[in-house]
Design a protein around this ligand. Structure first.
Ligand SMILES: [Fe+2]
Ligand SMILES: [Fe+2]
Length: 311
């Protein structure tokens, strides 16, 4: 696992590492005197719609630390270097959002009220380093669309300015995921790629479940959660094509594969909504799980999440 003299070739990941190392910032660089400009309902709505993203920042930080030894085992030295800056990025996103919650005067929505958050991060932690990078890319595309809305809508306000900073970091994360997965994809067999497509559909379906709960809060902030989700799905389709995930040989009839980009997004959404309606017991399973064996116990047993869950 440890290599005395590893190959640190001058590739894109090493350049991303240099970029990430040069642009570190912390909550102390945020202008906390900037106005929030939200009334009581708006502050609560922001605290609620931000919850999955906030949990995602923590999950990404912990997941990267978990994946780092796998990269070492695979001899992926420049990916290891890059991931250290990724962990730092997610750590500061986690920190500034925590401070934002204090400024808003609200806590994240509880896991009990939104168990889909726990399901999402449980799904993200399954599999190996390839699954994790693919799941992180999907999560980053969700985060990108989320932060972009506020970067435009609240350009001169506290959260808008914060979102602009975070987006710069997230763009490096996407570049890493694209590059890493593009290089690995030719080495994955059809079954492995199919499993990654299944993972994509499962994560998107869980996002739909979260949107169903948080849609009113999004509207209170002046945007459509469903339209944002449509943009996320379109982005995921573009990136799946870019990394070669859809490059399986056509089974019959010339379509790339049954769940490829030619499938209408609305039809896929209807299918996911139906599947979500048919699995009500999953939420109960998550609520009743034994957190001492849960792979993301570090998150759900954290002080903030436990305090939020107790509300
Ligand atoms: Fe982040
Ligand atoms: Fe990220």
């Amino acid at each position: 696992m440890l290599r005395l003299f590893p190959d640190l070739s001058d590739d894109l990941l090493k350049r991303l590492y240099h970029k990430g190392a040069h642009v570190h910032w912390t909550s102390e660089d945020i202008d906390w005197d900037a106005p929030v400009a939200l009334d009581g309902r708006g502050s609560l709505a922001l605290a609620r719609v931000l919850s999955p993203v906030y949990l995602g920042e923590q999950s990404a930080m912990l997941g990267a630390a978990n994946v780092l030894p796998q990269l070492a085992m695979a001899g992926e030295s420049t990916a290891q270097l890059y991931l250290t800056t990724f962990i730092g990025d997610e750590a500061r996103h986690f920190e500034v959002l925590t401070r934002l919650y204090h400024r808003l005067g609200h806590q994240p929505v509880s896991i009990r009220a939104l168990p889909a958050m726990l399901r999402y991060h449980h799904r993200l932690r399954q599999g190996d380093r390839v699954d994790w990078v693919w799941g992180i890319l999907i999560s980053d595309l969700f985060a990108k669309n989320f932060y972009q809305m506020f970067a435009h809508q609240q350009e001169n306000l506290l959260f808008g300015a914060m979102s602009q900073r975070i987006l710069v970091d997230e763009s490096r994360h996407q570049a890493f995921c694209d590059h890493y997965l593009t290089n690995l994809m030719p080495h994955l067999g059809p079954e492995r790629r199919k499993a990654l497509r299944t993972m994509r559909d499962e994560l998107l379906a869980i996002m739909e479940d979260m949107q169903a709960v948080l849609g009113d809060d999004a509207e209170a902030l002046g945007f459509s959660g469903q339209e944002m989700l449509d943009r996320v799905m379109a982005d995921v389709t573009v990136h799946a094509r870019r990394i070669g995930l859809d490059d399986d040989p056509p089974p019959t009839g010339g379509r790339a594969h049954p769940d490829g980009e030619t499938v209408d997004l609305a039809a896929r959404r209807r299918q996911r909504a139906q599947e979500a309606a048919e699995r009500p017991s999953q939420s109960a399973t998550v609520r009743d799980c034994d957190c001492t064996v849960c792979p993301i116990a570090a998150i759900c047993q954290s002080r903030i999440v436990r305090r939020a869950a107790a509300r």
